[in-house]
Design a binder for this molecule. Structure first.
Ligand code: FES
Ligand code: FES
Length: 150
């Protein structure tokens, strides 16, 4: 099957039941996407598929034919994305393990809700074991301001 990852055409002829997370890390060598629970709960493996956040640990590669995958490595198509810049400004990351997924989930939220309410932010269900949630909220607000000023 064919699909794109970060705008690059990919072809995969292996086991279509393989979760996208394994494909990204072991085949494409894109290790920014992390393995956490492996059960669709934590969100560490979040990527965007056709712009929507998806748990890559649960998504069989066979479902990706003709679709566009974006990972943390390709979020900023030319330099850092506004969400990544806001993350740096707000010094969000602690251990960092969950942060690629958090950033992608936040970028997708701001695509559909450019001025998100606290309730909108609560729709992001990615876990952070380091408890960086307050900084994540500040960074999302900062990125929203930045993007609306463009
Ligand atoms: S590793 Fe995919 S949701 Fe936890
Ligand atoms: S920064 Fe450590 S798990 Fe989120």
């Amino acid at each position: 099957m064919r699909f794109t990852v970060n705008g690059v055409e990919r072809e995969f002829a292996g086991d279509g039941d393989m979760p996208l997370l394994w494909y990204l890390r072991d085949h494409a060598r894109l290790t920014g996407t992390k393995y956490g629970c492996g059960a669709g709960i934590c969100g560490a493996c979040t990527v965007l598929v056709d712009g929507q956040p998806q748990r890559a640990c649960l998504l069989p590669v066979a479902t990706l034919a003709g679709r566009a995958v974006r990972t943390i490595e390709g979020l900023g198509e030319s330099g850092l994305h506004a969400v990544q810049k806001a993350w740096i400004e707000e010094d969000v990351a602690q251990c960092g393990y969950c942060q690629a997924g958090q950033i992608l989930a936040a970028a997708a939220l701001l695509e559909r809700r450019p001025d998100p309410s606290p309730e909108d932010v609560d729709t992001i269900t990615n876990y952070c074991r380091c408890g960086t949630y307050a900084r994540i909220r500040r960074a999302i607000a900062r990125a929203a301001r930045e993007l609306s000023a463009k």
